[in-house]
Design a protein around this ligand. Structure first.
Ligand code: NDP
Length: 280
């Protein structure tokens, strides 16, 4: 059997359309502030696409560009100003920050009610406690893809490959909340291939090009590939060897065109959620 390809572009487009419809009915315009420090080329591209995506659905974006040598105190005082600014519903600090800046300290400064990236300890803690939170965008997008593919998570054996604060840990918390039986694997896991083979749902978020091979995956498993890796020849690949795994899995996300498009769409959804909650 060949896997169904889970089309992240299509699911993201439907989500954006639904958000645009909801925003059109509001009596105010939600605002998203994006802070970009330094000149990292990939970050500049991401920030531009966030700006464009926000505008296209009726969210007012405000991109604040700071030089790479910005002191920590200036970055934190900008965050304080945005926290206090009534027109700003969401604050996103584009990562990575230039060397010398403390990203964790800056993130802790963001008002959790405006933390649309879901990275403050408050939102991470609420998620871990199973309480309503602003959830990190990539994990949220991964869950929406599982839902769009009609995957039953209750009772399913799920394996999350990677334990980062950005992806692995929150996606494991979301799967647990959806009643899956979750294993988290990482660089110290013994016999990773055997762990993967036991999974009915496999989420790969390691940042290692095509690490998950065909013989690591159980027949009919559902595979969500979060990885985005640029090869020396310029090709973009995931953490999963797509050509080997697609004939074995029941459903799989491609790279590009899988989880990636969902991340920005979920950022927009979080901005709308934060805007509505703040005004209640
Ligand atoms: P991190 O580097 O923060 O975490 C990687 C995780 O993978 C760690 O837990 C690490 O284990 C584990 N790991 C690394 N190497 C191995 C290995 N050889 N065997 C087993 N486990 C390993 O990465 P992120 O979570 O931030 O990102 C993961 C991937 O997802 C990247 O490719 C990134 O580009 C992509 N990504 C994609 C997004 C999207 O929008 N689609 C958004 C965010 C990330 P340990 O903890 O033991 O070190």
């Amino acid at each position: 059997m060949t896997a169904t390809i889970i089309d992240g572009r299509k699911v993201a487009e439907a989500l954006r359309a639904s958000l645009a419809t909801q925003i059109a009915t509001l009596s105010f315009q939600p605002g998203l502030a994006v802070i970009l420090v330094g000149e990292d080329p990939a970050s500049r591209v991401y920030v531009r696409s966030k700006d464009k995506a926000a505008t296209s659905i009726g969210i007012a974006p405000r991109t604040i560009r700071l030089p790479a040598d910005t002191p920590q105190s200036a970055l934190e005082s900008l965050i304080d100003d945005l926290n206090a600014d009534d027109d700003v519903d969401g604050i996103l600090l584009q990562l990575p920050l230039p060397a010398g800046l403390d990203a964790q300290a800056a993130i802790r400064r963001i008002d959790p009610a405006k933390d649309v990236d879901g990275l403050t300890p408050t939102n991470a803690g609420l998620l871990a406690a199973g309480q309503p939170a602003l959830v990190a965008c990539t994990p949220l997008g991964s869950m929406k893809l599982l839902a769009a593919a009609g995957v039953t998570l209750r009772g399913a054996r799920a394996l999350v490959l990677g334990r980062s604060v950005l992806v692995g840990k929150p996606v494991a918390a979301l799967l647990t909340a959806a009643d899956a039986t979750v294993t988290i694997a990482h660089s110290r896991t013994r016999d990773l291939a055997a762990e993967c083979r036991r999974a009915e749902v496999l989420i790969a978020a390691v940042g290692r090009p095509e690490m998950v091979r065909g013989d690591w995956v159980a027949n009919d498993a559902v595979v969500i590939d979060v990885g985005i890796n640029r090869l020396a020849d310029g090709r973009l690949v995931g953490d999963v060897a797509f050509d080997e795994v697609a004939p074995i899995a029941s459903a799989i996300t491609p790279v590009p065109g899988g989880v990636g498009p969902m991340t920005i769409a979920c950022l927009l959804e979080n901005t709308l959620t934060a805007a509505i909650r703040r005004r209640k």
